[in-house]
Write a protein that binds this ligand. Structure first.
Ligand code: ADP
Ligand code: MG
Length: 237
């Protein structure tokens, strides 16, 4: 058998699909409506920039996509699976197996080397140490850190720390990469460099990515740009 999934009669499934998603926060002054029936589909291999002003709800959207928060209405499908009613344990397992996260701050374990930081999530997933090390070495080398494997985070530059965080995020071969202003804490030239490596990694691995950024130059290098407006996710161009 060869050919596309369509030819085989299999419908392609979005890596991430928001269907009429609602999210509001209740506060003393009343409810803050972040999403009011937002739709979004991200397909395998697609790189989507999430560009919106501070406070618009970018982190909220990423937390929903990452199953760290539950929607107040609507459904979130990851790889075709509905998640809104999933039990917490199943959501945690799903998050660990299907998703990678990169934050503005690297959140690496300070006592461990770059290599160990990338090995760890693979051991938690159940991989043998030897294979986990081989994969971590390959990933870090791809990210230009082949000579930094045994360095601890404090011995690395900001751009290097962030590249280790990226390697850690994709160590388990996720379906979906979620990144919240991943280069927001770096100087512009380092940000551009880290971003270029992130893009080539996403391209090489075929995963889907949703990346929040304030930087329009970086957003312009992705496949598509979306924003949050009037509680909806809309194309930005
Ligand atoms: P962004 O990442 O785009 O800056 P956020 O998603 O962090 O935006 O926040 C969107 C809005 O929701 C902000 O007004 C913020 O104050 C509010 N908000 C975020 N998280 C909470 C929370 N846990 N409780 C109450 N309000 C929140
Ligand atoms: Mg934010």
């Amino acid at each position: 058998m060869s050919g596309s999934p369509e030819a085989a009669g299999v419908q392609p499934v979005p890596a991430l699909f928001f269907a009429r998603v609602e999210r509001r926060y209740r506060q003393a002054e009343g409810a803050v409506e972040i999403l009011r029936g937002a739709d979004l589909a991200i397909w395998p291999g697609e790189l989507v920039a999430l560009v919106a002003p501070s406070g618009a709800g970018k982190s909220t959207l990423l937390h929903l996509a990452g199953l760290l928060e539950r929607p107040d209405g609507g459904e979130i499908y990851v790889g075709g699976q509905p998640t809104a009613a999933m039990a917490d344990a199943a959501r945690t397992r799903f998050r660990r197996e299907e998703m990678g996260f990169v934050y503005q701050f690297h959140h690496l374990l300070p006592e461990f080397s770059a290599l160990e930081n990338v090995v760890m999530p693979q051991l938690i997933r159940g991989l043998a140490r030897k294979e986990a090390k081989a994969r971590a070495t390959e990933l870090l080398s791809f990210l230009g850190l082949g000579k930094r494997l045994v360095h601890r985070p404090a011995e690395l530059s900001g751009g290097e720390q962030q590249r280790v965080a990226i390697a850690r995020a994709v160590a388990n071969g996720p379906r979906l990469l979620l990144a919240d202003e991943p280069t927001g804490n770096l100087d512009p030239s380092t940000a551009g460099h880290v971003f270029a490596i992130l893009l080539s990694l996403v391209r090489a691995s075929g995963l889907a990515a949703l990346i929040a950024t304030h930087n329009m130059d970086l957003a312009a290098r992705m496949d598509r740009r979306v924003t949050i407006r009037d509680g909806l996710i809309k194309p930005l161009d």
